[in-house]
Design a protein around this ligand. Structure first.
Ligand code: BGP
Length: 480
């Protein structure tokens, strides 16, 4: 008998796909939901691509059964989605909105009906506007107890059914874009001191939620998802090697060390103190961060691209170069921190239409680094290709470029697994097409095409892309 072929992936590997509430749900005024920071922000002219909003998004709020049935047809093992805080607590705190509780209960039950493991993101960027109005949202330490109260509510209602919890999605991104580049709410520009303070509040919220989960007897897995952009030094010039090191301390380890060790990287902290922008901490914070670090179960990684680091002179590029949000290749500007590093293009890699480098081995690099540095299991909570997809007259979508992208990334991930990295799950971004925060609906990521334009309208019909059938086979063959 021919020996069965095996992949490096374990038998119980969770093949999945991910989404976020604001990007798919729509129904922004339905079911008693409160307004959020994003509902407000998208109404400021010029903030999003062609003024796109998530008011309707891809109408998942009304079509979740159809979408989850498609997931079941595909054979998905896990579905990562986020809960909109403002559906549970319309005012951020205070009275619970039962309709919101029921909505996510239904989603969870629908997943379980098909044997799909629900993986819940507690916070994927949509903050109740009431908390912004009351005390500036993440800018105030008051947010910590409100976040923990909200997280505990989720643990209480859903904890018996949900075994995978992600406290924060990409804390590094929502804070950078919110307080440095002004591209996300609250749209503050170059407020470096507040940026680090906001991050400290988010770390404390994460830490206290992790500890609360354990205190409540939660036996599932809990951790944060980090947008990990691994770096390569431009060459062996020592100043470029040092630029890479500084980049890692400031842009990667600043978050991952806190999640995994409960402490900030020393050199980066010394640099911030010298500049007078280090976060203010309360007595006991350090200890709580350490306790939470010991209680997390995995490092969540959202991986899209790698970068290159080169020494950046004092009069060099800033973090505020133009971002490509139009899909016009080559329109992104180089960024960096004067005196520290800049991120030139990698001549060995191709890029997407939005100028993101395509680097499957970067995913392997992330897994290896996390394994060596933190010895933690890994959940790949996002990875995917944003592209212009075309639907033919026969309603087919031939996204061979997406298949190629995912295939190469899964190959790199398998190498990491073979090399000893403990990877628990791989979630593609995304299952259906959805709203890209700054890039509108034209930047598509899904296995399922959704018929809608930038402006609200379109049939909202779902069409399976070629990648849908391909990933179905990947799951059937456990990655082979
Ligand atoms: C991550 C976010 C997702 C998603 C993805 C793709 O940063 O967690 O919410 O949007 O990136 O990014 P974009 O939509 O900018 O292409």
């Amino acid at each position: 008998m021919e020996e069965m072929k095996k992949t490096g992936f374990p038998e119980n590997f969770l093949w999945g796909s991910a989404s976020a509430a604001y990007q798919i749900e729509g129904g922004y005024l339905d079911g008693g939901k409160g307004m959020t920071n994003w509902d407000t922000f998208v109404r400021i002219p010029g903030k999003t691509y062609k003024e796109t909003t998530g008011d309707v998004a891809v109408d998942h709020y009304h079509r979740y059964k159809e979408d989850i049935a498609l997931m079941a047809e595909m054979g998905l093992k896990t579905y990562r989605f986020s809960i909109a805080w403002a559906r549970i607590y319309p005012q951020g705190t205070g009275d619970i909105n039962e309709e919101g509780i029921t909505f996510y209960q239904n989603i969870i039950d629908e997943c379980l009906k098909y044997g799909i493991e629900p993986m819940v993101t507690i916070y994927h960027w949509d903050l109740p506007q009431a908390l912004v109005d009351a005390y500036g949202g993440w800018e105030s330490p008051q947010i910590i107890s409100d976040y923990v109260n909200y997280a505990k509510t989720l643990f209480r209602y859903y904890g018996n059914k949900v075994k995978y919890w992600i406290t924060m999605n990409e804390q590094n991104i929502f804070t950078s874009l919110g307080w440095l580049t002004a591209q996300h709410p609250p749209g503050k520009f170059d407020d470096q001191k507040m940026f680090y303070q906001v991050n400290h509040h988010a770390f404390m919220a994460h830490a206290k939620a992790v500890l609360a989960y354990r205190e409540m007897g939660g036996t599932g897995l809990i951790g944060a998802s980090f947008a990990y952009t691994p770096s390569y030094a431009l060459d062996c010039r020592p100043e470029n090697a040092m630029a890479k090191y500084n980049y890692d301390d400031l842009k990667n380890f600043w978050w991952m060390d806190v999640y995994a060790y409960g402490r900030y990287p020393k050199a980066a902290m010394a640099y911030l103190k010298e500049k007078g922008i280090a976060p203010v901490m309360q007595d006991g914070d350090q200890e709580l961060l350490k306790q939470a670090a010991a209680a997390i179960s995995f490092m969540g990684v959202n991986y899209y691209q790698s970068c290159v680091c080169e020494y950046n002179p004092m009069d060099g590029v800033t973090p505020y170069g133009t971002m490509n949000t139009t899909g016009v290749k080559g329109s992104a500007q180089e960024i960096g921190i004067p005196g520290i590093y800049n991120n030139p293009a990698n001549p060995y890699l191709k890029t997407t239409d939005w100028d993101w480098s395509i680097d499957p081995d970067g995913l392997r690099y992330c897994c290896r680094e996390i394994t060596s540095r933190y010895a933690l299991p890994i959940i790949i909570s996002e990875n995917g290709l944003g592209a212009f997809d075309q639907k033919t007259e026969e309603n087919e979508i031939h996204d061979d470029y997406r298949i190629h992208y995912l295939k190469e990334h899964i190959r790199a991930l398998e190498e990491a697994v073979t090399e000893g990295c403990e990877v628990l799950a791989y979630c593609t971004w995304s299952f259906t097409d959805l709203l890209s925060w700054l890039n509108g609906y034209q930047k598509r990521y899904g296995f399922v095409y959704v018929d809608r334009e930038e402006a609200d309208g379109g049939s909202m019909n779902r069409y399976k892309k070629d990648s849908f059938y391909w990933y179905q086979k990947v799951i059937q063959n456990n990655g082979l």
